[in-house]
Ligand binder design. Structure first.
Ligand code: AHR
Length: 601
């Protein structure tokens, strides 16, 4: 294939094209990124954590032993249940067993009252790995002890035992080594795997999770900040309980630690997809008489993130330990909602209020779902009218769809809203899927003047607790298992550009063959590097001959290839240093994604 790059023909593209979409789905938060090792630490799991009612989900879930649940005089009104242990012990094995590392320090925290108690970490066969005692009085007091297990095990449990009667609540165990060593922090291995993608932004706390399946299930950011015992947990739309231990403060902090722009997404005043409550089919939105309060919540979030410490909500951020603003620039309103009248009325209200009070905030609107038989027209009509800077598009499609639609954005009107492709994935975690995504992303880079941001979805999935496949990164208690799709995202994240260079490709006379070869050439202004991405989704090798005109480069290149069996999942990138000359004629293996990075002069 002949590839000609013209250093003089270029256009500016978004400098924040790839990022991540974190949704609390598949146990991505509790039992996932959130570092807490105890499940149901506050005894607030409830029968309603499953839609309808499920007896298994109750205040005692994940606990066993000699205890009863009581409610009188709780540690906080928002946290009504606690456990009383009588002459015996209570035990919690976390999320499928607690993974512990020998000689690392773990913070054990508990609110307790009553008689002396002993906390121990035990292996599955009962061996004591660490132990400490605490002596409560007859009123609630918080205790913090440090436990250092003797051995590395993946199936430990935590036990609290007493010879008398001890009440406990907010029973917590955290590794001291969290991501950036934050208290109430994030699981380091998972957070580092995300950080390695160099995301430019993080959308959170979810898609469907943000708008919930019913008015009472709309995610309320104010319930997720402040002291942990005062946060209000609730049913997660994906069928489990969300503790809100990973709340808005922690999300903002995570973004800051990653150097990524926070992109919170808030419901547009209506719950999920069909705006129906409890599956009744009727359209529901927040009652109009309550909308002012809801709109105020949205405005307050911006104050929480950016307001000075003298504002009501800025002060709360400062109290949580972050007096400096979080520098929030984007706010998402709505998540692939059905564009109904009920939706439109509320959406316009929220958008207008934000535009008026915070004209500097970039609002990301929604243009609705993209399923069989639907399109984005209605959503775009409102976006045009409201002059939104960005709209959020989503699509999950087959690899063939991604291969055939690389021109999806070629005809988008550059004078209208920019696009945030907030959710996309080809249906699978085989290398063929990852290659289809890599190929499609060459088209996204080529259209980086109209597509500003893109994020694969969903990001995380805990094995045995997965409601949605495929995902980008799977994990269990002690292992992180990035998919081959992850390596495509990582290569894009680590090799971004802000200038797109025009290129011509002459490969074959057959259009079917041509569309299986993708080439994207970008320049990163900050490093001055030229980055060439080459995707070959053909079953045969392709020998390129690359020429660059009007641009001087140094002689050496870093050359990364991700190649393998398209039906398998084990392809991994290999990087070597080669001369530019070699790089420009090196055979692209069948089914491969290659990234060439060169310094320009
Ligand atoms: O990513 C999983 C779900 O897909 C999101 O919650 C929703 O926005 C979309 O339908």
């Amino acid at each position: 294939a002949e590839i000609k790059i013209n250093g003089q023909e270029s256009k500016k593209i978004s400098n924040m094209l790839t990022g991540v979409f974190f949704e609390d789905i598949n146990y991505a938060a509790d039992g996932g990124l959130y570092g807490e090792l105890i499940q149901n630490r506050d005894f607030e799991y409830s029968l309603h954590d499953k839609k309808g009612r499920d007896e298994k989900w109750n205040a005692s879930m994940a606990w066993s032993g000699n205890f009863k649940i009581e409610k009188e005089n709780p540690i906080h009104a928002n946290n009504p249940n606690y456990a009383v242990i009588s002459k015996g012990s209570i035990s919690n094995s976390g999320f499928d067993g607690i993974a512990l590392k020998a000689n690392e320090k773990y913070d054990f925290n508990v609110f307790a009252k009553g008689t002396k108690a002993v906390v121990s970490l035990k292996s599955a066969n009962g061996e004591i790995l660490a132990e400490a005692a605490f002596t409560p009085s007859n009123s609630w007091k918080k205790f913090n002890l440090v436990l250092k297990p003797l051995k590395t095990v993946n199936d430990a449990h935590l036990e609290i035992s007493t010879n008398g009667e001890t009440a406990v609540d907010m029973v917590s165990l955290f590794p001291q080594q969290t991501f950036k060593n934050r208290k109430n922090g994030l699981r380091a291995d998972l957070a580092e795997t995300i950080a390695d993608m160099h995301p430019k932004f993080v959308r959170f706390p979810g898609g469907c999770v943000a708008h919930g399946d019913g008015l009472h299930n709309i995610y309320k950011w104010k319930n997720t900040i402040g002291p942990l015992e005062s946060r209000i947990g609730m049913r997660n739309i994906w069928g489990y309980h969300q503790s809100m231990g990973l709340g808005y403060f922690e999300y903002f902090q995570f973004c800051e630690d990653l150097g990524a722009a926070p992109v919170p997404v808030l419901a547009a005043g209506v719950p999920c997809q069909n705006s129906s409550d409890g599956g009744s089919g009727q359209q529901f939105g927040i009652p109009m008489e309550d909308m002012d309060e809801y709109v105020q919540d949205v405005l307050d979030l911006i104050e929480y993130a950016n307001g000075s410490v003298n504002t009501v909500w800025g002060k709360k951020r400062a109290e949580a330990g972050h007096p400096k603003p979080f520098n929030l620039k984007y706010v998402g309103i709505g998540n692939e909602d059905l564009i109904s009248d009920v939706f439109e009325e509320r959406y316009r209200m929220i958008v207008k209020a934000v535009q008026q009070k915070y004209p500097e905030i970039m609002i990301i609107g929604t243009v609705g779902p993209f399923f069989e038989g639907t399109d984005y027209r209605e959503g775009w009509r409102i976006a045009d009218d409201l002059k939104l800077p960005l709209v959020d598009e989503h699509y999950y499609q087959s690899p063939g769809w991604f291969i055939n639609n690389q021109d999806f954005y070629d005809s988008y009107d550059r004078s209208k809203s920019k696009v945030y492709l907030g959710e996309y994935a080809s249906w699978g975690n085989k290398f063929y899927n990852a290659l289809a995504e890599a190929l499609y992303l060459t088209g996204i880079e080529r259209n980086g003047d109209v597509v500003s941001m893109a994020s694969y979805a969903p990001l995380l999935a805990r094995e045995k607790h997965t409601q949605w496949n495929p995902d980008l990164i799977y994990f269990n208690g002690n292992e992180v298992k990035p998919t081959v799709n992850y390596f495509v995202q990582k290569l894009y994240g680590q090799n971004p550009g802000d200038i797109y260079l025009e290129r011509t490709i002459k490969a074959s006379d057959n259009a079917e063959v041509n569309k299986r070869i993708g080439v994207s050439v970008v320049k990163e202004s900050s490093s001055g590097d030229l980055i060439i991405k080459l995707v070959n989704v053909l079953p045969v090798a392709v020998t390129p001959s690359i020429e660059i005109a009007n641009l001087a480069t140094t002689e050496n290149a870093s050359y990364t290839v991700l190649a393998g069996n398209p039906e398998k999942t084990d392809a991994r990138p290999i990087t070597q240093n080669v001369t530019v000359k070699e790089a420009f004629s090196k055979e692209l293996p069948p089914y491969s994604f290659t990234v060439i990075r060169i310094k320009t002069k």
